[in-house]
Design a protein around this ligand. Sequence first.
Ligand code: PGA
Length: 256
Amino acid sequence: MTSRIPFVGGNWKMNLMRREVGELVRGVSSAVADSRVECAVYPSFVYLPDAIAAASAGLSVGGQDCSDELRGAFTGQVSAGMLKDIGCSSVLIGHSERRHGLGESDALISRKLGRALDAAVMPVLCVGETLAHRESGVAHAIIESQLRASLAGHSEAALARLVIAYEPVWAIGTGRTASADDASEAHDTIRRTLAVLYTARFSEAIRVIYGGSVTAKNAADLFSREAIDGGLIGGASLVAADFAQIIAAASARVRR
Ligand code: PGA
């Protein structure tokens, strides 16, 4: 097995009120304590300080998005520097609910990635094809083109802490998980693309995680694959017991 440390993220999207955020952060903190994974949760912006205050040292907290701008007259936006300032260590960039729901382009995502890197906030870059792409046989070409466009202009040295989340759009929140074979193949495409854009060493070092209807039941199968370094979890990360099982499944990747 690989020496890459597994990464598990809980994307809480626009769910949970303040009290629930505190409770869940405490539950996840204890699950992470006996694990060998890096784990981060992504609450709504307004609850980030509450989550940071409640998190144990082993659990990090990140933003669900950041602005492509540094500062200024951008109503409603949150900068990567602000995330860093309050103690966030990572940020989701290019989640499909922003790419497809809000029309974010690869060019915008690439600029956001640059802001995260400049602010020293670890980017979790999301890529993934739609059902139409997969059914027409272009899934891998789409993943490659999203990667090429999002990473354009960013150097290997700057991207040293990058995490890539492969999240097929048709699997997000649908209960329809990619098979471990399909996810593995997509991860191989991502690694091949990174090796072409940068170096083989970089492509081997970067963590590529899977997201899309990961559950306490299917996590162990997905994470048993060499290519799958963990997961980005939506629905199942809202239930402490389920998320704890997913963290344990990722932790099992690490040799004792
Ligand atoms: P899901 O969401 O686990 O609910 O499918 C994953 C994600 O959006 O990151």
